[in-house]
Design a protein around this ligand. Structure first.
Ligand SMILES: *Cc1c(COP(=O)(O)O)cnc(C)c1O
Length: 386
């Protein structure tokens, strides 16, 4: 028996994708972002799950992730690399016809050289700098890019022209995002005037797609929302209360749950310290359950005396410190609990729910970071198939 495992809910994913597709409209392509081991869900399990929901376009960060996705995806599904490619990896990328972001002249030249050598086309997305100030071609570099592309049409196919926004989840960045949208449109117009026309104009992540409809264009790159999380609370409130959606209930459902089982149960007398050190002192006779999950499994030590788990449909407190492989829950007031009973660290049990966000409220981390910290080596099961 596994000490702890992850469950991935196919039905929840289907509902999220259906909702998001409805919001985007039929003409907008859905690109599923699966970087960071599919936000902790596991690339290997998540890609077939998304394909089951009709997704056929995936975005990863680097070649390592692209190769993991290539192993499990359908032949007809497309891959796009948004970040790192090492020079020695470019041959694999072009041979596999994986598309990739090109954000500087170095990479453009490398792509050209490699495509020429292989006598294949490099499928590229021109990333334009519009104000995030991270990666992307500056406006003054574009004449050089245009010239190179025009002179080498047989070695390139222009899959995309794209950019990325600097925080579309927060109204504090409103003016910055507006300026980026304007800049992107202007630069894209200039490219088109030169005959440089891409198959997809894509700029939006989850927050941009949900908060700024005009950023959707031909394709959106959706990460966090497909997994069932709003990018932040502000975006959730804006979307649930706005006229566009008219939803009164949260339409997004969390795909991931994290579970374990009770390993041991015992009584501790009043006035005793529980577990290492003096961080928890019993004020009365206390029944404790030991759960075989600790910081080795990725459960944060900072949740010592703070975290909660679900047992028998009730939310119970973790007492004492999180150990390397174990944590202890307070079972006072719960009679019918037995060794081997299910423990939910993240997810639902009966009517109770522990969200990854409720986790993050306690440890001050955002969903993105918490999800990607869920260790890749935990066993993952797909539940509710079709
Ligand atoms: C991570 C990422 C996305 C997806 O962002 P979400 O907020 O998770 O939807 C989109 N585009 C780029 C370039 C990214 O790095």
């Amino acid at each position: 028996m596994e000490a702890t495992w992850i469950e991935l809910d196919q039905k929840a994913l289907k509902q999220n994708i259906r909702y998001l597709q409805k919001r985007l409209g039929a003409k907008c392509k859905f690109c599923s972002v699966i970087k960071g081991n599919a936000y902790g869900h596991g690339i290997e399990q998540f890609v077939p799950m998304a394909e089951e929901c009709g997704i056929d376009y995936f975005a990863v960060f680097d070649v390592y992730e692209a190769q993991a996705a290539a192993k499990v995806k359908k032949a007809s599904s497309e891959l796009m690399i948004m970040g790192m490619i090492m020079p020695q990896e470019m041959e694999w990328v072009i041979t596999q016809q994986v598309s990739f972001f090109v954000f500087n002249l170095e990479r453009l030249h490398l792509a050209l050289q490699t495509a020429r050598k292989l006598q294949l086309k490099a499928r590229i997305h021109l990333e334009l700098e519009t104000g995030l100030n991270r990666t992307g071609f500056e406006e003054q570099e574009l004449p050089q890019v245009i010239e190179l592309l025009k002179a080498n049409r047989r070695y390139f196919s222009l899959e995309g022209v794209c950019t990325h926004y600097a925080g579309a989840e927060s109204v504090a960045n409103y003016l910055r995002i507006q300026a980026q949208i304007k800049k992107f449109k202007e630069l894209n117009r200039n490219l088109r005037r030169e005959g440089i026309k891409a198959k997809y104009r894509h700029t939006a992540c989850s927050a941009a797609a949900l908060n700024y409809p005009e950023t959707r264009m031909d394709m959106v790159r959706l990460g966090i929302a497909q997994y069932g999380y709003w990018p932040n609370n502000e975006t959730k409130m804006y979307n649930l209360l706005s006229h566009e959606t008219k939803f009164t209930r949260n339409p997004l459902r969390q795909v991931i749950s994290w579970k374990s089982r009770i390993m041991s149960i015992k009584e501790v007398a009043a006035g005793k310290f529980v577990s290492y050190g003096d961080s928890y002192l019993t004020d009365k006779a206390t029944r404790i359950a030991t759960i075989p999950v600790g910081y080795f499994h990725g459960y944060r030590r900072s949740l010592s005396n703070l975290g909660t788990v679900l047992i028998a449909g009730r939310e119970v407190r973790i007492i004492g410190s999180i150990n390397m492989n174990m944590m202890i829950a307070n079972l006072n007031g719960m009679n019918k609990v037995e060794i081997g009973d299910e423990v939910v660290l993240v997810g639902s049990q009966k009517r109770k729910k522990i969200t990854i966000a409720s986790f993050s409220d306690r440890s001050n981390l955002v969903n993105y970071e918490l999800l990607t910290r869920i260790p890749a080596q935990l066993k993952r099961l797909v539940i509710n198939p079709k």
